[in-house]
Design a protein around this ligand. Structure first.
Ligand SMILES: [Fe+2]
Ligand SMILES: [Fe+2]
Length: 305
């Protein structure tokens, strides 16, 4: 149903080759708080008029924190979804189960890595930053949708992670990002590129044999999950504003808060939704699944651009 040239054996082999340990990412380093963490393409702080350079750096780092925090939250639902899929679905070949179990194990490792970064951040940043949650509750709300919808959301997340690293490489020369943060983006990208292929295989399998109505309802579920994430991001922006005021030691006026809020909602939507929705490979898969569904998602994307 979906055009691709992925298979479980090749993906398993690539995963074994790319595999890393948490220590490989960290290498006894700590975060460098005089540098930005997130590429500007994701952080979206440069154009904010009401903040000076030092304050923009603080906001960039708060966004680095929330990036890790939100990824740990999101991957919390992916692990049980993949394990359930591996256990419930008839296997096509001998490599399928092993590839899927590695997928789940890698995501569990990523959660552990993100949590290490969050703790390291809280230790060095100086003031405490808040995050939405609890993670288990958000994961349960996502898993409350049909599996084709859940895996379509996962496919979008996997492709968007690819773009995040590419953007960090592109921006890194000019921005001198924190090396530890770039290492995290790079290692995540290395394993997520296999996940994107496995997710394509999963979506393909789950969608095969579904009638057009069920496909449309899977796309409805996918869009519902997107709206759920969008609501979570709006809450996170408010928490970030609180964190920023604490970090810069001043109260920001209502007008200035409105400016920061508008810039950040735009940046969050690009980071966690639009950079995935508009990824050419995800876009192609969605179009192949349903031209009508693809048009509906494009309309939603337009509304939040
Ligand atoms: Fe991951
Ligand atoms: Fe992943």
């Amino acid at each position: 149903m979906l055009s691709h040239n992925y298979d479980y054996a090749a993906t398993l082999a690539a995963s074994q080759k790319a595999s890393w340990k948490i220590e490989d990412v960290i290498q006894n380093r700590t975060l460098e708080f005089e540098r930005p963490f997130l590429p500007e393409a994701l952080a979206g702080v440069a154009g904010i008029q009401c903040l000076n350079a030092r304050e923009k750096l603080k906001l960039n780092q708060i966004r680095g924190f929330s990036y890790l925090y939100l990824f740990a939250v999101v991957e919390e639902y992916i692990v049980p979804a993949v394990i359930e899929h591996a256990g419930m679905t008839p296997q096509d070949d001998d490599h399928e189960l092993r590839a899927l179990l590695r997928f789940a194990e890698e995501e569990a490792k990523h959660i552990q890595l993100f949590k290490w970064f969050v703790a390291e951040f809280q230790r060095g940043f100086g003031t405490l930053c808040g995050g939405i949650g609890p993670a288990k509750q958000i994961a349960a709300a996502i898993l409350n949708h049909s599996r084709p919808g859940v895996f379509l959301a996962t496919l979008q997340i996997e492709w968007m992670t690819q773009r995040h690293y590419i953007e960090s490489v592109k921006d890194n020369a000019a921005e001198r990002l924190d090396p530890l943060f770039v290492s995290l983006l790079r290692h995540h990208w290395m394993e997520e590129s296999q996940h994107a292929k496995l997710d394509t295989l999963i979506v393909d399998k789950l969608a095969t044999g579904l009638d057009p109505q069920k496909i449309e309802s899977a796309i409805d579920d996918y869009m519902d999950i997107g709206k759920l994430l969008d609501g979570g991001m709006a809450q996170q922006v408010e928490l970030d504003l609180e964190s920023l005021q604490k970090a810069i030691g001043r109260v920001v006026s209502a007008d200035d808060r409105a400016e920061i809020r508008a810039a950040q909602i735009k940046a969050y939507r690009w980071t966690f939704l639009l950079s995935g929705i508009t990824h050419p490979t995800f876009d192609r898969s969605l179009r192949e699944l349903s031209p009508r569904g693809h048009a509906r998602v494009a309309e939603l994307a337009q509304a939040i651009s």
